[in-house]
Ligand binder design. Structure first.
Ligand SMILES: [Zn+2]
Length: 320
């Protein structure tokens, strides 16, 4: 049973918003576009696992996709977590193509692609760290007796996995998605005794969902992009013209004449993702290039965003 579905990473929305709103000659457009491409490939790799997870025996299996939780001061993120009454399995997903070479002696992880060698962060170390963090986090709920295993799942069947001499043990836990079922069944045999009852599983699942906080990085820290670089206005979804006009309750594109009642919604989302996680009526008017305070109130109210405060003191929040 899938308890937490995988959703598109918010950072993909952030990159897409930046490409919409940065001037066409902005020096960071290429970096943003490159990052977006990497994130999209990663997300596709993560989505590809769903087909294989669907083949696992469903009984007593709880699946959490893309879960990011805070432990002590820092967050840790797991691509997929399988929870059963007798063990948990963390799956770190890698979408790299080419040949992946693991060397646990020199602690190196190398990808060779089209004859070019490139070093990457070692996914085994990454998933071992996630395991440590999860064990530590489970202590808060007195559930640290639950055995936690991990694998690195390689999403592309054409990717070749190699271990240097002395590192062959990595084949036990670096595997193509095709072998996930076999690994899962092995673990079920290895851990026959339930450690958690139904109630504990349910509570743990709720805690995982409640503790999940998606990663939204600040564009200034991440790319060195200032909010002054972000172009304001409601953009036409058809011709991408950057200044639709508000006429009564509609937005009209002066260029292609397209009319929309909802085009402003993307602008509010862009503001909350790119500029600030909160928005006031005045900020909304400034960003949407709107003079009418009451019109801005209508738009913000109908956006369904959570808010605090009343009248002029009202602040609306991004839904995380
Ligand atoms: Zn247009």
């Amino acid at each position: 049973m899938i308890i937490k579905q995988r959703t598109k990473p918010v950072m993909i929305d952030v990159d897409e918003g930046l490409l919409r709103r940065l001037p066409l000659n902005h020096r960071k457009r290429k970096k943003v576009a490159d990052d977006l491409a990497i994130r999209q490939v990663g997300f596709q790799g993560e989505e590809a696992i769903d087909y294989y997870l669907d083949k696992l025996p469903k009984q007593h299996l709880h699946i959490f996709n893309d879960i990011r939780i805070k432990n002590r001061k820092y967050h840790f993120q797991m691509d997929t977590l399988l929870l059963t009454p007798s063990f948990a399995l963390i799956i770190e997903i890698k979408s790299l193509v080419g040949t992946l070479i693991f060397d646990t002696n020199t602690k190196q992880f190398i990808r060779v692609y089209h004859g070019v060698e490139e070093g990457f962060q070692d996914p085994i170390m990454q998933v071992e760290e996630q395991r440590e963090q999860l064990i530590d986090w489970l202590c808060n709920y007195q559930l640290d007796s639950l055995p936690i295993e991990y694998v690195v799942g390689i999403s592309n069947p054409a990717t070749i996995i190699k271990a240097n001499p002395g590192s062959e043990h990595i084949y036990d836990f670096v595997l193509h998605f095709d072998y996930l079922k076999q690994k899962y069944l092995e673990l079920k045999k290895k851990y026959p005794e339930p450690q958690l009852d139904n109630q504990q599983i349910k509570l743990l699942g709720q805690q995982l969902i409640q503790s999940h906080t998606p990663l939204i990085e600040d564009i200034h820290t991440l790319y060195g992009i200032s909010e002054h670089d972000i172009q304001r206005g409601v953009f036409c979804p058809v011709c991408k013209n950057r200044a639709m006009n508000k006429i009564y309750r509609k937005w009209r594109c002066p260029s292609c004449r397209f009319e929309s009642t909802t085009a402003y919604q993307q602008a509010i989302i862009d503001y909350l993702l790119l500029i600030s996680p909160t928005i006031t009526n005045q900020q909304c008017r400034e960003f949407l290039l709107l003079n009418d305070r009451r019109a801005a109130t209508r738009l913000l109210t109908s956006s369904g965003l959570p808010f605090t405060g009343a009248n002029k003191g009202r602040v609306y929040y991004r839904k995380d």
